[in-house]
Design a protein around this ligand. Structure first.
Ligand code: ADP
Ligand code: 3PG
Ligand code: MG
Length: 401
């Protein structure tokens, strides 16, 4: 396997007159036909702007959500409006192709001028996208001379636009955002500066096991909150009532507790209620009553976790997964406290990294800005897979130029 080529590995004049297919991940939140959260769009702007300024014709391909066929609730049109709004300040024209394939789209591509940006409609309107279909790959490849992947967050997918299409190009390049993700996440995966603290929460232990297997041995401390903590507490013999448990992963959790007993710190108290809709909660210490479910960490735990984050020293902290059912105000304290502690650690000089779609949302809800974190990954599943050392087809294909 060769080396990944980056945008700045090529001279400016290389890009002039070139048609460039850029796989971006504009899988963002859309509400009432408007983009309500544009982090991923902003993260792709450096690449789009750089190419456009150098006289390239930039063809953007993305998916949005998981539509079954052509379903306009998942149209990228609202994204094109947002993109236009952002790029208008750079005097860059944005056009929208109502289809990602077909003769009309090809015509639009062929009539593009240097510096123009064309966003294609949702690639997943065609089932061929997810099937890595050869003809579909060929159709997409016919638009351009050069392939750029700037969609780290979807690089764990072996789809037409992330994988198959790249094979048709002699020149495959990693965009700025992908390069930045690789830089920070590779360091985290291989050699995080110690002391290294892991803060893990959220729901699905299943999705996190690979990353935990890889990172636990490197970590000095592991703080576990959120729904994930109840499987750990159960494995230790505590009563967890009706809290979310992943029975299938009890053996793995038991082993992790044995191997890393000195590092793993579990909640000391909990905010519990009979259901997520209940406004009545109570705080319990180590044992959760039979008819109750844990929805947030309690104050003692908040204090303990904040103390550990504040006393990490100038190393690394990685946070994935909210500490509770933060979508509801009464259960958001644990998550908000961790977010603020992370920001304070950053200001003190700690390398802080945050990953996960819901964690990013939680960070925002907590009033912490992306500027108060060393690196906020655009990825959810992709980040965890990468940290686990799993295959990343969208990245691997860039290495085989
Ligand atoms: P991420 O997307 O950041 O990787 P996850 O998807 O693993 O995070 O988990 C996020 C979800 O976990 C949130 O919707 C949050 O409400 C939920 N959650 C966290 N703790 C609890 C809990 N104790 N009970 C119910 N849901 C929880
Ligand atoms: C994500 O949101 O994690 C990426 O856009 C990938 O989406 P997917 O899980 O639907 O493939
Ligand atoms: Mg999630």
């Amino acid at each position: 396997m060769g080396q990944i080529k980056f945008i700045t590995d090529f001279e400016d004049k290389f890009y002039l007159n070139k048609k460039i297919f850029v796989r971006v991940d504009f899988n963002v939140k859309v509400q009432d036909n408007r983009v309500s959260e544009d982090f991923r769009i902003r993260s792709a702007i450096p690449t789009i702007e750089y190419l456009s300024k150098r006289g390239a014709r930039v063809i953007l391909g993305s998916h949005l959500d998981r539509p079954k066929g052509r379903d306009y609730r998942y149209s990228l049109r609202p994204v094109s409006l947002k993109l236009e709004e952002i790029l208008s300040s750079f005097n860059t024209k944005v056009k929208f192709a109502e289809d990602c394939a077909g003769t009309d789209t090809k015509r639009m591509v062929d009539s593009m001028e240097n510096g123009e940006v064309l966003l294609l409609e949702n690639l997943r309107f065609y089932p061929e996208e997810e099937k890595n279909d050869l003809q579909f790959c060929q159709a997409l490849a016919s638009y351009a001379d050069v392939y750029v992947n700037d969609a780290f967050s979807t690089s764990h997918r072996k789809h037409s636009s992330t994988y198959g299409v790249a094979k048709f190009f002699d020149t495959r390049i990693a965009g700025f955002n992908l390069a930045q993700e690789l830089q920070y996440l590779s360091l985290l995966r291989e050699k995080p500066a110690n002391p290294f603290t892991l803060v893990i929460g959220g729901v699905k232990i299943k999705d996190k096991i690979g990353a935990l297997d890889h990172l636990l041995p490197k970590a000095d401390k592991v703080l576990i909150g959120g729904a994930a903590s109840y499987t750990f507490l159960k494995a230790k013999g505590h009563s967890v009532g009706q809290s979310i448990i992943e029975e299938d992963y009890l053996p793995w959790v038991t082993k992790a507790l044995q191997d890393h007993s000195d590092k793993i710190i579990l909640p000391l108290d909990h905010k519990v209620a009979t259901s997520e809709n209940s406004d009545h909660y109570q705080v319990v210490q180590s044992e959760i009553p039979k008819d109750m479910r844990g929805f947030d960490i309690g104050d003692k735990t908040i204090q303990k976790f904040s103390y550990e984050i504040h006393n990490n020293g100038l190393g690394t902290i990685f946070w994935n997964g909210p500490m509770g059912y933060f979508e509801k105000e009464v259960f958001s304290n644990g998550t908000k406290s961790v977010a603020v502690s992370m920001a304070l650690a950053f200001w003190r000089g700690v390398k802080t990294l945050i990953g996960g779609g819901d964690t990013l949302e939680a960070m925002k809800v907590s009033g912490v800005s992306e500027k108060e974190v060393t690196h906020v990954s655009t990825g959810g599943g992709a980040t965890l897979r990468f940290l686990a050392g799993d295959e990343m087809p969208g990245i691997d294909i860039l290495k085989s130029n």
